[in-house]
Design a protein around this ligand. Structure first.
Ligand code: PLP
Ligand code: SF4
Length: 370
């Protein structure tokens, strides 16, 4: 009986829900959820692994895990200022699937396949479009590009989700880049630890360890503390124990994690499990995601309160990726309030008080003109 239960369990966990009908056998869908038009070819298809589905509190129609993966009719409301490619990634592509937006790093779209489809996905133009993994030729072109661009120090293996590739396919891809650039730092950007941690086992880490000429970093996306299950934590532990540091990028999402206490718990739990909170992203202007965006004023207030409560290690950088390919810029309330005459700088403390800092450099340079 035990053996049978185990097999059943395994099977249940590896099933993926892709239709409203299948989903409705697990959840009592609300009207807004039921009216989502899954036949609309421009919409991101429904995709939820049963592991992730099991994290949903079925009695709560506003459950934060549910909000992230169960589509609603609200996605069909596209605002004038929203776009399918708000970061103008297509314009910044230097070879097929290779985006060079920042001098020292590039992003490579390894595949469009994801273990789940996040309703807030900012790369909807590409995710789940059935294009599959990058071809050998696309990989070789991208590798040739970084070969002749030594200013590129890091490559983001993103998508889609790079860990949907088989170990063999991933190994070939890494080899193609590292043959040309043994010094290239590789960031593995993956939602797999959060959405399907069973994918991550010792064989993956052993494969990565062969490529020891430069480091890897694991970039996770945990948006809610409930995603940090024992399985998820174990998946990340494989990387960290294997010498691969883990960093997390959270998307600030209305109705999911827009409460200070939720983010505080998330960040502290991440640090406790050796995952550094790296970015907290303001929602991009992606088509059909308005219902997820937190107003900037609120986001800034959340950031300020987090800065009071969290250690420097636990504090992510709140950032916005500006429209029309403007790139990422940090977001925070100014702590430097003004610079008066005679080199006196005025600051607002985290608690809201005022302090001044007399700038000695400026004084000494006026005393000793060159
Ligand atoms: C975010 C991003 C990067 C990485 O930026 P960091 O600030 O170094 O994390 C690189 N390329 C693209 C296209 C990006 O959007
Ligand atoms: S895992 Fe990333 S690329 Fe895939 S659907 Fe979610 S946000 Fe989009």
């Amino acid at each position: 009986t035990l053996r049978y239960t185990f097999v059943m369990h395994k099977h249940r966990q590896s099933t993926i829900i892709t239709s409203k009908e299948a989903l409705s056998t697990h959840l009592a869908l609300t009207e807004d959820e039921w009216l989502f038009d899954s036949d609309d070819p421009t919409s991101l298809p429904l995709k939820i692994p049963c592991y992730f589905l099991a994290l949903i509190d079925k009695n709560d129609p506003e459950d934060p895990i549910r909000r992230q993966v169960v589509p609603t009719r609200r996605e069909q409301q596209v605002l004038f200022e929203e776009h399918l490619d708000p970061l103008a990634e297509v314009d910044h592509s230097v070879t097929d699937r290779l985006i060079h937006r920042y001098q020292s790093r590039v992003a490579f779209l390894t595949t469009d396949v994801c273990p789940l489809h996040c309703r807030h996905c900012f790369r909807r133009r590409f995710t789940g479009t059935f294009q599959g993994p990058a071809t050998k030729q696309q990989v070789e072109q991208a590798a040739a590009y970084v070969h002749v661009h030594p200013e590129v120090k890091e490559i983001l293996f993103t998508g889609g989700d790079v860990l949907t590739l088989s170990n063999k396919a991933l190994e070939k891809m890494i080899k193609a880049f590292r043959d040309k650039r043994p010094d290239l730092v590789i960031r593995l950007c993956s939602r797999m630890p959060a959405s399907y941690p069973m994918r991550i086992k010792a064989d993956l880490i052993a494969m990565l360890k062969q490529f020891d000429s430069a480091p890897f970093y694991l970039m996770t996306q945990f948006n809610h503390p409930r995603e940090l299950t024992a399985r998820a934590i174990e998946a990340v532990r494989f990387f960290v124990d294997g010498g691969i540091p883990a960093m997390n990028q959270t998307v600030l999402l209305k109705g999911v994690n827009d409460e200070v206490s939720t983010l505080e718990e998330l960040c502290n739990t991440l640090v406790f499990n050796r995952i550094k909170p790296y970015y907290l992203f303001q929602g991009d202007l992606v088509s059909g995601t308005a219902h997820f965006r937190v107003p900037l004023k609120e986001g800034l207030a959340i950031e300020a309160e987090l800065r009071k409560r969290l250690s420097g290690l636990a504090m992510p950088l709140y950032a916005i990726d500006l429209p029309q390919g403007g790139g990422k810029v940090p977001l925070m309330q100014g702590y430097l309030s003004e610079q008066s005459g005679c080199g006196l700088w005025s600051f607002r403390t985290v608690e809201g008080e005022t302090r001044t800092y007399p700038d000695s450099m400026e004084q000494s340079s006026s005393e000793h003109p060159r």
